[in-house]
Design a binder for this molecule. Structure first.
Ligand SMILES: [Zn+2]
Length: 499
């Protein structure tokens, strides 16, 4: 693992002086609480980075891999107590084509889209996630910080990242550290070989207990190693921090039970094929990259394997959508739908893609049909809400009835998932369309809290309080806003005390 510093940090001029050291516990290790706070400081920066991507479809796909891994880690006693409750256990996706994944303090993980697009099955992605998860559950970050020789680069990186908050806010920052120092710190933040071995061992147990196939893992690492030998252009940062020695591959092979080794055929993973195509399109840089994907879909040989056709059509349709060629996007999506895939998660992805194209066209009915009658999963819910908030006719506002329905669904959703910034943002739009500015402002504030940006949240809450003072009959909302303002104020104080 390497601690990835978002591009904005490497380019900015954060300061290092004046940052306080995170508290160490009695054992000399970073406490769970201190590690959580450190993680939040770093996550706050990643969440603001323009390369951070909240894609509901890929987010849902990754969550389907992540939740079983977390459950397995709990069953095996790797993930317990304080750490389970207080760490974030969230994966942040980065719009980056390189192959990388990394563990951050406090249960935050980062994953580049390149890792999804370069893999062939869900088991391969799960293997990497299980390994990174194990770095966190084995407290490798805390252990690193307690080993003298390793403390300084790690702490340095964390402090630079934390101090970048100050750098972005000129009122608070006196910039002194140059970007090159941030890059220098980054290159040193690696775990020890013993820790890597431990993460391999623990991660393998978690992976198999969660029901993933261990076979594909070895195949993937061999494929990655091969590809990186042929093309060492820096697209494989994961391999730089996780060198694939013959010993490591042999170790992984040795863990696979004898009867399974070699006997499990690598199955065709339709859903992963589509997810990989999506990751490729979403991480394509510029118009040219997108056009290549469209051409690939258009020039498909009729006898190409079905799985390749499906991926190419999906990627081509999404690329056309991004290029705003909606007619082309619809044509490719329809060809994809006619392939009659039978794997139901893949069918769902094709349907959701149709819904995205409908949203872009302003076709409310088709987008709602794609989302389903009572959307219960995140991609469907956000799609339905977006559809209901579209103008009822060109130049018109959203229908009041539609906005009320969207608000109802979203309100239920955020009650269970208060950390969903995108849902709060849509709820703010819905409340505003209903003529409820107080509720809209609070939803906006909550969307800022969800990305750990407490000062922006406080701005919205103050605006809401001012509005309420000028007179309101929504007294319940006004008192919720006062209570939230007090809570966010104390989060802000806590944040300031860490600097
Ligand atoms: Zn590792």
């Amino acid at each position: 693992m390497a601690l990835w510093l978002p591009s904005a940090v490497a380019q900015g001029q954060p300061r290092a002086a004046g940052a306080t050291l995170p508290t160490l516990g009695d054992s000399g290790e970073l406490t769970v609480g201190a590690e959580r706070r450190l993680g939040e400081r770093i996550a706050r920066e990643l969440l603001r980075d323009p390369d951070y991507l909240d894609d509901p479809v890929l987010g849902d796909y990754v969550e389907q891999l992540w939740l079983p891994l977390l459950a397995a880690a709990r069953q095996r006693g790797e993930l317990v107590g304080d750490m389970d409750e207080r760490f974030a256990w969230r994966i942040l996706l980065g719009r980056d084509r390189t192959i990388n994944a990394f563990a951050l303090p406090g249960g935050w993980l980062g994953m580049h889209l390149g890792l999804i697009s370069a893999t062939a099955t869900r088991d391969e992605v799960a293997a990497v996630l299980a390994h990174e998860l194990s770095h966190v559950t084995q407290r490798h970050i805390a252990r690193m910080m307690s080993q003298d020789s390793r403390v300084s680069p790690m702490l340095m990186g964390a402090m630079i990242l934390g101090a970048a908050v100050a750098a972005r806010n000129p009122a608070m920052g006196q910039a002194v550290v140059s970007g090159s120092q941030a890059v220098a710190a980054r290159s040193q933040l690696n775990f020890s070989r013993d820790m890597e071995r431990e993460a391999d061992r623990v991660g393998f147990g978690v992976l198999t207990q969660a029901g993933f196939e261990p076979e594909g893992v070895v195949a993937m690492f061999e494929r990655l190693a091969q590809a990186s030998r042929l093309n060492d252009d820096g697209s494989f940062p994961y391999l730089r921090t996780h060198p694939l020695t013959t010993e490591r591959i042999a170790d992984m092979r040795a863990r696979i039970p004898v009867q399974a080794a070699g006997s499990t055929p690598v199955r065709i993973d339709w859903t992963h094929g589509l997810a990989a195509a999506r990751a490729k399109a979403l991480s394509s840089v510029g118009v040219d990259g997108l056009r290549v994907l469209v051409r690939e879909a258009q020039s498909l040989p009729a006898d190409a394997p079905l799985v390749r056709q499906a991926a190419a059509l999906y990627g081509g349709a999404l690329a056309s959508l991004k290029l705003k060629d909606l007619a082309q996007a619809a044509r490719l999506q329809e060809r994809l739908a006619r392939l009659n895939l039978t794997d139901s998660p893949a069918v769902r992805m094709v349907r959701l893609l149709g819904g995205e194209i409908a949203l872009a066209k302003g076709d409310i009915a088709s987008a709602l049909a794609a989302a389903g009658m009572r959307p219960s999963a995140r991609p469907e819910l956000l799609m339905a809400a977006q559809a209901l908030l579209l103008p009822a006719a060109p130049g018109q506002a959203a229908s009041a009835e539609g906005a009320a329905r969207a608000a109802d669904w979203l309100q239920t959703w955020v009650t269970d998932r208060p950390g969903d910034a995108a849902a709060w943002e849509l709820l703010a739009q819905a409340q505003s369309a209903r003529g409820l500015p107080l509720r809209a402002l609070r939803a906006e504030a909550e969307s800022r809290v969800a990305v750990l940006d407490y000062s922006a949240a406080m701005d919205r809450l103050r605006a809401a309080q001012n509005l309420a003072r000028r007179g309101t009959n929504d007294h319940i909302e006004a008192s919720i806003i006062d209570a939230r303002a007090r809570q966010v104020e104390s989060l802000l104080r806590e944040q300031a005390a860490q600097r």
